[in-house]
Write a protein that binds this ligand. Structure first.
Ligand code: ADP
Ligand code: MG
Length: 636
């Protein structure tokens, strides 16, 4: 607890003690004995004024300031008017005194405010600790000694050293050493990752066992850590519809209730329906109940908690609006490669044409693919054992959904599927193996094809099952791959709909068709790996990208980013989103329900100020506690 809050708390405790003492003194009849009647009323007025002012002077000042600024309708105003009004009832000698209630209103209001500030501080802190991935320094070698420098000042290509227990400050490649990395802060994954020379490491992980020498590949500002922090910090700017609704609601509700309170206090006695003191008191009670703080604080706090809880699982949600949309998703569209399948392909077979060396086919393919980031390209290069001389390659053209063309040693090489061959008028023939076929031509002559197969991710089946259990109506798979491969994967995973042989623009069209067929209020999520599916990610209601630890495109284009490559996180994210929405609505219904009930009771004169203030503070506390549940998540 910080110093300011501690002083505030002490002030409230002091006020409560004095208040209790005043109640005791008055209750024991000491005042009447000492001052007689009506002197006792004024004595009690003075007695209750002390704890009242101790607890509430700041609120009174704030209300005065707001009135001067012409923007009076807030909680401070409501509480000040209500409590001052209660004290002012001393002007009606024929009515019972209400000083104790006036002081109580202010005291309990303060208790509620303190609690609220504590809750907000707590969730801030826990988001900060779970997002405690910001590195403080980087160790750079200078003149044979290690110096700690600000990560922002380290240029790409610098050698840095990360000792055990330290956080990797900047993305880079290991040049020396081996170690275990703890990625839990980024992915929620508790199994450490082994890295050694040549491995890429992302900033934010904690080095656990060995000293690592790393060559940085990016400036700090573009490193994973910096981008994630930026993303989480900006998340609160994108508000959910529910959140905006509550803000607008409070803006109308508070003046409306203030006016009703005024009407309630003035109209009936003017109409001769009873004594002034009675109606004024009802009006004041009305004001106390009308305080909207339970809603105004608990709804954003719930969303904040939900986003925080998600980030603890390695799920970054870019705003509460996306959390809200995610809760209503009933169609999930997956990209196949890199999303449901691991994105690394095994080369199943190389089928050269008669008289061609299989190594030649592989070599030509690997050279042509040498500049591509596509998973297919990466796998072909990994299978080719020879050297790749990049000098010999130019005129590289990657045709998305088709393949690549490049000039290797002055010869035009095409590597891709039958669409690519057809588009270039090149000869090719089919293969009877099931798999993704990469046809290879050199200077217009067919030299053979490479059959590759991708590996379904371990948790892909769980991911699809989990979504169905979570109430997702259909899971759809889109792919540029061949129909037989797609169908095989789809059947194995229990996907409801499979669309194959799509070009990236066909995927957009397909998603648009699915969007148009969506029912009212139902939402569509698209899950991709960010490689050539950015247009679809932006088009879907919720774009989910996975594997943020590496891919810039994914972080940019998506609304929800999964830090690791596990599709099963999607169902987890949806469960969390739905739970957050449930908590939000519980709070709205509960808070409004209790308020309306007490308002009605106050209007007919059954509820007094005691009930009103307990109702108000109690509801706020329960709503806040409930909101904080949104932050709790099961890590696996
Ligand atoms: P997916 O929809 O499965 O993510 P893509 O749209 O990235 O697949 O690619 C669709 C098809 O296009 C692949 O199955 C492959 O036949 C071909 N292709 C795309 N990029 C390449 C490449 N770099 N090299 C060879 N073939 C490629
Ligand atoms: Mg893809």
């Amino acid at each position: 607890m910080n110093g300011k809050r501690r002083r505030w708390r002490n002030r409230i405790i002091l006020a409560i003690v004095l208040f209790a003492a005043a109640l005791a003194v008055e209750g024991a009849g000491l005042l009447t004995r000492a001052f007689g009647s009506p002197g006792d009323v004024y004595a009690s007025f003075a007695l209750f004024l002390v704890p009242y002012l101790i607890a509430g002077y700041k609120t009174l000042l704030e209300a005065a300031r707001n009135i001067r600024r012409g923007d009076p309708f807030d909680e401070a105003f409501l509480m000040s008017v209500a409590s001052l009004g209660a004290f002012a009832m001393v002007a009606f000698p024929e009515a019972d005194p209400h000083m104790a209630e006036g002081a109580a209103v202010m005291l309990f209001y303060q208790v509620g405010e303190l609690f609220q500030s504590y809750a907000v501080g707590q969730s801030r802190k826990s988001i900060a600790t779970m997002m405690d991935i910001a590195p403080e320094y980087a160790n750079v070698e200078r003149d044979g000694a290690l110096v700690q420098v600000d990560p922002a000042e380290v240029a790409p290509g610098t050698q840095i050293v990360v000792k055990p227990g330290e956080r990797v400050p900047i993305d880079g490649v290991v040049t020396e050493g081996a170690s275990q990395l703890d990625t839990a802060a980024l992915t929620g994954e508790s199994v450490p990752r082994h890295v050694e020379e040549g491995a890429e490491v992302v900033s934010g992980c904690v080095n656990m066992t060995g000293v690592l020498h790393i060559r940085t590949t990016r400036p700090y500002g573009e490193s994973t850590v910096a981008r994630i922090l930026e993303l989480v910090e900006n998340a609160s700017e994108k508000k959910a519809r529910t959140e905006n609704f509550i803000t607008r609601f409070a803006r109308v509700y508070t003046p409306a209730v203030t006016l009703s309170a005024l009407a309630l206090a003035v109209i009936p006695p003017l109409a001769g329906l009873g004594v002034w003191s009675d109606w004024i008191l009802r009006g004041l009670t009305f004001l106390v109940v009308s305080c909207p703080c339970a809603l105004v604080i608990s709804v954003p706090l719930s969303f904040f908690g939900g986003i925080g809880g998600a980030s603890r699982l390695g799920i970054l949600v870019k705003g509460s609006n996306y959390l809200e949309l995610l809760a209503h998703v009933d169609t999930v569209v997956f990209d196949k490669t890199g999303t449901l399948t691991s994105g690394t392909f095994n080369v199943v077979a190389v089928h050269p044409e008669a008289g061609v060396d299989p190594d030649y086919v592989l070599s030509m393919a690997a050279h042509a693919e040498s500049f591509s980031d596509h998973p297919i390209a990466v796998s072909v290069r990994a299978t080719y054992s020879g050297e790749i001389d990049r000098e010999k390659i130019d005129e590289v053209r990657e045709e998305s959904g088709h393949g690549v063309s490049a000039r290797v040693n002055e010869r035009l090489v095409l590597v891709g599927n039958d669409k690519l061959m057809a588009a270039h008028g090149a000869p090719w023939h089919d293969c009877d193996l099931t798999g993704t076929i990469l046809h290879v031509t050199v200077d217009g002559a067919y030299v053979g094809h490479i059959v590759i197969a991708d590996v379904v991710k371990d948790d892909a089946k769980d991911a699809v099952d989990g979504l169905h259990t979570a109430g997702v109506r259909r899971c759809v798979m889109l792919t540029g791959d061949r129909a037989d491969v797609a169908q095989a994967v789809g059947t194995r995973l229990g996907i409801d709909e499979v669309h194959a042989q799509l070009l990236p623009e066909d995927k957009v069209a397909e998603v648009e068709r699915l969007l148009a067929a969506e029912g009212d209020g139902a939402r569509l999520a698209f899950v991709g790996d960010g490689i050539n599916d950015a247009p679809v990610l932006t088009r879907a209601d919720v774009g989910i990208a996975m594997g943020a630890m590496g891919s810039d495109a994914a972080i940019e284009a998506a609304d929800v980013v999964l830090m690791d490559d596990k599709p099963s996180k999607i169902a987890q994210a949806m469960r969390l989103a739905r739970r957050t929405m449930r908590i939000v609505w519980q709070n709205i219904v509960f808070a409004l329900g209790v308020k309306v009930l007490i308002l009605v009771l106050a209007a007919v004169g059954v509820a007094n100020m005691w009930l009103a203030v307990f109702g108000d503070v109690g509801v706020a506390m329960i709503a806040i506690l409930n909101a904080m549940r949104a932050m709790r998540v099961e890590r696996d």
